[in-house]
Design a protein around this ligand. Structure first.
Ligand SMILES: Cc1ncc(COP(=O)(O)O)c(C=O)c1O
Length: 405
């Protein structure tokens, strides 16, 4: 088939693919444990359900403005005031079909062909592909010390004549690490000095643990929003556990927001109307669900860390937020894809290969599932890899005997 060069170069979303594989195996009755997931188990907040069903019941569901209904924009403005202490106008807000579309529309709006976008390693799997889709060139920056965050100097060293933007995601998918305030301040300052856009992907912004406060990029970017090159991305997907609604948004300079709205207007039109009402309901409603989710995730993280710290031969960094951790399993197998396939085949545990996030030898392990899934999943992984484990294990009613070590 004569597909475009673009279609041939863009890689499939590994995480979505893994969800599919896990679902198919489960349908066949396989006792799969999914530690590769990227969505909380909790239910949609009740205020979102009420707002959504009420518009559905009206039967009057039509196109909306490409950058969102006024009610959602008002909710986003209020959210931005409350959580970022920043007053913004409706013209600064673009509601999109998920954070993914908001980032994509921003990239299309700022990139000319072959301009570069810098982001730290490890990175969210979609950044390189999205940058390529927008005609740009992805530039991943690795910390020389092997940690999960390069220094500002290392980021600065990657800036060249074609650099147009930097993307920062904190707390980070896949490492769970929250970048330091100094780092975020340094990147804001670098972008200001070099006239670069800064896309601050705050998808997990408020899911932070140990009593820490979320980082507010505007603390370091006080300039007038309409001359600022800072673009803040958010969504209801993770913090409100509303992945299926597909609502995200960007807050940006008016000119950029207008360009993004125009692009969305030609690409998809406005996001789905019931989803926009649901998102407005969630943002305006009782906020206890986020606190409850954060407490659950922190507890899950603690249980997972206990298990991983007792796992011989791996190196793990304690996540500060989000719901992922990114241990180094290279002592067991250097090729993370092979390792993830091995674990799925032998003990039916889904993990995501680190190579997809730019770090070979690691696996991304999610802790957004239940405690039972986490403990049993890690027990199975340890059984499969650690030669000092007993020779057999039960998975459900199935008895497995290790015949590979
Ligand atoms: C860092 C990051 N940004 C953006 C997104 C996309 O969010 P949405 O589902 O709202 O498109 C994800 C989803 O996994 C993510 O991890």
């Amino acid at each position: 088939m004569n597909l475009s060069q673009m279609a041939r170069t863009i890689r499939e979303s590994v995480t979505l693919k893994l969800n599919q594989t896990a679902a198919q195996l489960r349908e066949k009755g396989e006792p799969v444990i999914h530690l590769g997931g990227g969505e909380p188990k909790s239910k949609t907040p009740i205020d979102a359900v009420i707002a959504c069903t009420s518009v559905l019941n009206s039967g009057d569901i039509k196109y909306t403005p490409p950058d969102g209904i006024p009610a959602l924009k008002r909710a986003i403005i209020r959210y931005t005031e409350e959580h970022y202490g920043r007053s913004v106008r409706p013209e600064n807000v673009v509601a999109s079909s998920g954070a993914k579309q908001a980032i994509m529309a921003a990239l299309i709006s700022i990139l000319d062909p072959n301009e570069e976008v810098i982001y730290p390693v490890p990175y969210w799997v979609s950044y390189p592909e999205m940058i390529k889709l927008a005609g740009g060139v992805p530039v991943a920056v690795r910390a020389e010390d092997g940690s999960f965050c390069p220094t500002v100097d290392e980021i600065a060293a990657a800036v060249g004549q074609y650099t147009k933007a930097v993307i920062i995601n904190s707390p980070n998918n896949p490492s769970g690490v929250m970048y330091s305030r100094d780092f975020v301040e340094g990147v804001v300052d670098l972008c200001r000095r070099k006239s670069l856009y800064l896309i601050m992907d705050d998808t997990y912004n408020r899911l932070v643990f140990d009593g820490r406060a979320p980082i507010n990029v505007y603390d370091f970017a006080q300039e007038d929003l309409d001359t600022s090159r800072v673009i803040v991305i958010n969504c209801v997907s993770k913090m409100y556990a509303m992945t299926g609604f597909r609502i995200g948004w960007a807050v940006a300079a008016r000119e950029l927001a207008t360009a993004m709205a125009t692009i969305q207007g030609q690409q998809t039109s406005g996001p789905a109307t019931p989803s926009q009402w649901a998102a407005a309901g969630a943002l305006n409603g009782i906020q206890t669900s986020i606190d409850a989710l954060r407490v659950t995730l922190e507890n899950n993280r603690n249980v997972l860390m206990e298990r991983l710290e007792a796992f011989p031969g791996i190196r793990v960094t304690k996540p500060d937020g989000a719901f992922y951790t990114f241990p180094d399993f290279s002592n067991y197998m250097k090729d993370s894809k092979k390792l993830a396939e091995f674990l799925l085949e032998k003990v039916r545990v889904v993990t995501v290969p680190g190579v997809e996030f730019g770090m070979e030898g690691h696996l991304r392990i999610s802790f957004c599932g239940t405690i039972k899934e986490i403990t049993e999943g890690i027990e199975r992984i340890r059984w499969a890899l650690d030669p000092t484990s007993p020779n057999e294990i039960y998975i459900g009613t199935r008895r497995l005997v290790r015949d590979w070590m």
